[in-house]
Design a protein around this ligand. Structure first.
Ligand code: FAD
Ligand code: EPU
Length: 338
């Protein structure tokens, strides 16, 4: 199997950060991966599993081996009266997978259209958008244990999904390679336009009785208008999570900032829009050298070309400090800092 040396990662991360990996290999089958992980050279190296590189900030050359996931294949493995059970290889492109499901009439992922990256990374942070998270459509996943080289199944409860969270970011961090994910998709579409902007967009499209394809088109239109395309401008989507605070804390902040953007979470908590906090602290459009804060969406940090990961990381620390000083709120990075 080909193991490349000093491989540039610039085209493998959507921030477009120009760093190198000491070693790099791609795997197309589970056997390839097992063979790689048993290789004498690879065993002693640090390992980074790479999907689409759309949720990582590379702050230095990687002193280890990058393992690029190229496990492909989409399969309808089972169906019952209400659901299709669809298995996807972890290396499939997420958005292409969503479009394929829509074409087949497998409903439930349409609100998650146009999220960059691969299927295998989708459970890592329980990707979510426009009122849906993958935990809502998740059946089970398979992952290879990097210690034993055995493939194990993880049911939904095992994954400990939360808002942009899973067990794979915490207790099992860097222990498993997710090899496939099975989704439970509706036979009878459950159209979800609870996120107000979708309805507005459908109205603009003159659609009153939307299909799953219409919902996907509306989400694509909204996302295209709001978020920079990583092919044109280096970024990793939302750099921070939206902070969740108690209702008591929220009332105090709202008293001072009545126009703050926030949403209830259950009965006792409130989620604040980090984009609003950062914007209102004066950071939107901030530019320093080759990097900065996006001009339309303050939650997105951008690389105009040639910035280092360290520069972007330092900017994120400055923003965190500024938000902490202004509102007393601790932001948490959503992007994986490597
Ligand atoms: P990578 O960046 O390659 O990897 C992310 C992390 O997962 C790394 O730690 C990596 O080591 C690990 N990993 C990747 N694959 C595997 C695997 N098979 N097994 C084990 N570990 C693995 N996210 C949302 O939730 N909602 C959004 O609306 C959203 N919008 C975005 C918009 C833009 C413009 C961008 C650039 C990003 C956005 N994101 C969003 C973030 C990103 O798209 C998702 O987190 C996506 O799932 C990352 O997939 P990836 O394949 O690129 O992961
Ligand atoms: N806002 C501002 N100024 C800004 C940006 C946003 O005031 O510069 C306000 C908006 O006006 C709005 C609120 O903040 O009232 C929320 O903004 P938006 O609807 O754009 O959503 P978001 O909270 O910024 C979240 C997710 C996105 C996801 C969208 C849609 C997080 C961290 N981000 O963004 O996910 O696509 O909702 O569901 O939860 C990602 O994770 O990378 C990502 C893009």
């Amino acid at each position: 199997m080909l193991i490349e040396k000093d491989k540039s990662l610039q085209q493998y991360n959507t921030f477009g950060i120009d760093v190198k990996s000491k070693l790099f290999a791609a795997f197309q089958t589970i056997e390839d991966l097992q063979q790689l992980l048993s290789n004498d050279t690879v065993i002693k190296e640090k390992k980074l599993i790479l999907g689409g590189g759309s949720n990582m900030l590379l702050t230095a050359n990687y002193d280890g081996i990058v393992l690029k996931n190229e496990l492909y294949g989409i399969e309808l493995i089972h169906e019952d009266q209400d659901y299709f059970y669809v298995k996807s290889g972890a290396g499939e492109d997420w958005h292409e997978f969503v479009l394929y499901c829509i074409e087949q009439g497998w409903a439930g992922l349409e609100n998650l259209s146009l999220i960059p990256g691969c299927v295998g990374a989708s459970p890592m942070q329980n990707i979510g958008a426009y009122g849906v998270e993958i935990k809502d459509r998740f059946e089970y996943l398979e992952a290879l244990n990097m210690g034993t080289l055995e493939v194990e199944a993880f049911e939904k409860e095992d994954c400990e999904f939360g808002y942009r969270e899973s067990v794979f970011k915490h207790a099992l961090k860097e222990e498993y390679v997710i090899t496939s994910v099975v989704f439970r998709l509706f036979k009878k579409p459950q159209i979800n336009t609870s996120y107000g902007a979708i309805n507005e967009e459908l109205q603009k499209m003159n659609v009153s009785d939307p299909s799953i394809k219409n919902v996907s088109d509306a989400v694509i239109a909204i996302r295209t208008s709001k978020l920079p395309n990583p092919k044109e401008l280096g970024n990793s989507g939302s750099f921070f999570k939206n902070p969740v605070i108690t209702n008591e804390q929220f009332l105090k902040i709202k008293f001072e900032y009545p126009e703050i953007a926030a949403y209830p979470v259950g009965e006792s908590y409130t989620k604040l829009a980090a984009g609003w906090l950062i914007d209102n602290a004066g950071w939107k459009g901030y530019t320093k050298g080759n990097y900065g804060v996006h001009k339309n969406q303050a939650l997105v940090l951008v690389n105009y070309g040639g910035a280092t990961g360290e520069e972007i990381y330092n900017l994120s620390s400055e923003i965190m400090l500024s938000v902490k000083n202004k509102y007393g709120i601790e932001l948490e990075r959503e992007v994986n800092v490597i």
